[in-house]
Design a protein around this ligand. Structure first.
Ligand code: ADP
Length: 469
């Protein structure tokens, strides 16, 4: 390359710059590369011939290294640029992806929020509905957590207990349940939680008037899908009236047994005496014993009749057989035994010709009951006045005594079954059925029965009956 270059300079007579040459020069530290630039310039004589060649040799290692470095840098920059563009593109794509994911997430979130909102409002709605159902119940109702902490009482609770919302939250049922029934309530709650089955208990609950009334409390556990009890629903039904009736019935049975026992014992005694004197009947004792026996028998018959009538009334099977009869004749017949006993004077006033269409036997029963009551409960009343009147289409019969009278608050109950007024001291015999059966008989005839009375001023019991069919 050098030789042809030199020849070219001689031939063209123009300077020539050789391409940069590289040498590997061995040094103690190993080969070292150096770069050299050679420029050849011809020295031309006057005749135009080339006298000599001027060779200018320059070490351009530094420039070359700088150039190379610059070239490398450029290359690196290019590469970097490419890389950067690449990364940028990727980044842009990622950002795009990210934005899309974000949008998706946002829409998912909105969707979820909407669904939660909907579900929550559905739940609130169903809870509201459930509570309004409980509110409309005529019974006391509440819901509680399994530990017994109540989180809802219905309106009836507030009406019955008179407690405010705050008082209910603080004291609640601990304040209302009768202390003697508390342990049983806690026990039943334990049983329900242990078995998972509904349970019930009869307890007394205090009303706003401070009076305890019997309630039948039924508690139902509410379970989640896993079968775990999450709530308890309690409903308390007022059974105080039923309890009272049960109580009355129990009392009635013991009274009825006692009432029957008295005449039976006396009849028994009569029969024993008669047996003793069967071979030697004393003429003066015999009629007394027989009449004593008949009186006892009569008492038993009346009591058994009342019991039978009660049973028939319950089944709606008290037959009414109507015929025409004169009322005053029936009244007269009823008064005879009383008048004969002599202690009371009976006066019959009013329309003695009044004829009615009714069940004579049943009306007789009513009359006997009213007259017997006047004798029993107004023993010091010398005169009993019976009045028969015609009142439009009805006949009205009243039985008035001048006895102790009846307190106003008791009068409303007189015609209830088993009802008897507690007498201080002496208690006349009876089952508390006479007036109940009488008023039922009158009702079945389409009539009415009632009482007018004032304490200390005697009582007038009256009934009406339709005159015609
Ligand atoms: P009993 O069989 O117990 O007599 P009744 O139904 O005939 O039952 O009477 C109910 C209650 O009414 C009696 O216990 C009595 O206290 C009261 N009573 C009935 N008649 C009279 C009266 N004439 N005067 C006062 N109290 C009466």
């Amino acid at each position: 390359m050098l030789e042809s270059g030199l020849l070219k300079v001689i031939h063209t007579k123009e300077s020539l710059e050789f391409p940069t040459l590289v040498f590997d020069a061995p040094t103690p530290d190993g080969d070292v590369k150096t770069w050299w630039q050679i420029e050849v310039t011809p020295v031309i004589m006057d005749d135009g011939g080339v006298a000599m060649l001027l060779c200018n040799v320059n070490n351009v290692t530094e420039q070359e290294l700088a150039r190379q470095f610059a070239e490398d840098a450029k290359e690196r920059e290019l590469m970097l640029n490419r890389e950067l563009t690449n990364v940028n593109e990727k980044l842009l794509k990622t950002v795009g992806d990210l934005r899309r994911s974000e949008e998706k997430l946002f829409s998912l979130n909105t969707d979820l929020e909407l669904r939660i909102e909907l579900r929550t409002s559905e739940l609130t709605e169903s809870e509201k509905r459930f509570r309004s159902i409980l509110d409309s119940l005529p019974q006391i109702a509440w819901t509680s957590k399994p530990d017994g902490e109540v989180d809802f009482y219905n309106q009836k609770w507030y009406d019955y207990t008179g407690l405010t919302f705050e008082q209910s939250n603080e004291q609640g049922w601990r304040e209302v349940i009768h202390p003697d029934d508390m342990q049983r309530s806690i026990n039943i709650l334990g049983e329900i939680l242990a078995s998972g089955a509904a349970g019930e208990v009869e307890i007394r609950e205090k009303g706003k008037d401070g009076i305890y009334r019997w309630h039948l409390v039924r508690v139902n556990p509410l379970k989640n899908q896993a079968g775990k009890i999450v709530h308890l629903i309690g409903i308390a039904t007022d059974i105080d009236d039923i309890k009272q009736i049960q109580h009355q019935k129990d009392d009635f049975i013991s009274i009825a047994s006692h009432e029957l026992k008295t005449p039976i014992t006396s009849l028994n005694a009569v029969l024993q005496l008669l047996e003793r004197m069967k071979n030697n009947p004393s003429s003066e004792m015999l009629p007394k014993l027989i009449s004593q026996g008949r009186r006892s028998m009569q008492k038993i018959t009346t009591l058994v009749d009342d019991l039978l009538n009660l049973g028939r009334l319950d089944k709606g099977k008290l037959p009414i057989n109507k015929t025409f009869f004169i009322l005053s004749e029936l009244v007269n017949a009823c008064c005879n035994p009383v008048s004969l006993a002599g202690k009371h004077r009976i006066r019959i006033l009013g329309d003695k010709q009044l004829r009615i269409f009714a069940d004579e036997h049943r009306v007789d029963q009513v009359m006997v009951n009213l007259i017997n009551n006047a004798v029993k409960y107004a023993p010091d009343s010398e005169e009993i006045v019976i009045t028969i009147e015609k009142d439009g289409q009805f006949a009205k019969v009243s039985v008035a005594d001048t006895g102790p009278g009846i307190a106003a608050d008791k009068m409303a109950h007189l015609f209830d079954r088993y009802y008897r007024i507690e007498q201080s001291g002496y208690q006349a015999s009876g089952l508390g059925l006479g007036l109940y059966i009488s008023s039922e008989i009158i009702k079945r005839h389409g009539g009415e029965m009632g009482v007018n009375s004032q304490m200390g001023n005697g009582s007038t019991f009256w009934f009406t009956l339709p005159i015609n069919a």
